[in-house]
Design a protein around this ligand. Structure first.
Ligand code: SF4
Length: 158
């Protein structure tokens, strides 16, 4: 193999990996302290009516197999360590979608004795979906925005 061929092969492999990631992202959902309103809307996006799987998005049970961490709610003191551990278990590159006003700012629970704050005070967030709760269309829009950022190489990638 010549010296110039190795970087070319690595670059091509990176492009193939990004193409596969964008067309078949696997996601894991973590409720860090939500009232369940946002979680119900995430469930709705998985039903045939909204059908987020048509974008290739598949819900995963294990962080070790997931590309995207979908978080709902403010971060409670109880959930903080579990959120960090879940994020650290995900392989690189990894991305975070914060769903709902509580995930973005603490929302209605900000300042509560049992709440540490919003998601980005604990782990980096790539895309925020606002609303209380956001509609399934907004969640799908957030997912597409995240995939576009990954495609353009603008997401934080862990
Ligand atoms: S944004 Fe609204 S629906 Fe979602 S967890 Fe907060 S209070 Fe509940």
């Amino acid at each position: 193999m010549t010296v110039g061929l190795k970087p070319l092969i690595e670059h091509t492999l990176d492009q193939v990996r990004t193409w596969a990631r964008i067309n078949s992202p696997w996601a894991i959902h973590f409720n860090t302290g939500s009232c369940n309103g946002c979680d119900i809307e995430i469930l709705a996006t998985l039903t045939p009516r909204y059908d987020v799987e048509r974008l290739g998005v598949r819900l995963q049970g294990s962080p070790r197999h997931a590309d995207i961490l979908v978080c709902t709610g403010p971060v409670t003191r109880q959930a903080r360590e579990r959120l960090i551990r879940t994020y650290e278990q995900m392989p690189e590159p990894k991305f975070v979608l914060a769903v709902g006003s509580c995930a973005a700012s603490g929302g209605a629970f900000r300042g509560c004795y049992n709440v540490c704050g919003q998601i980005d005070e604990v782990i980096p967030v790539d895309v925020y979906v606002l609303g209380c709760p956001p509609r399934p269309e907004a969640i799908i829009h957030g997912m597409v925005t995240l995939l576009n950022k990954v495609s353009a190489g603008k997401a934080q990638a862990g």
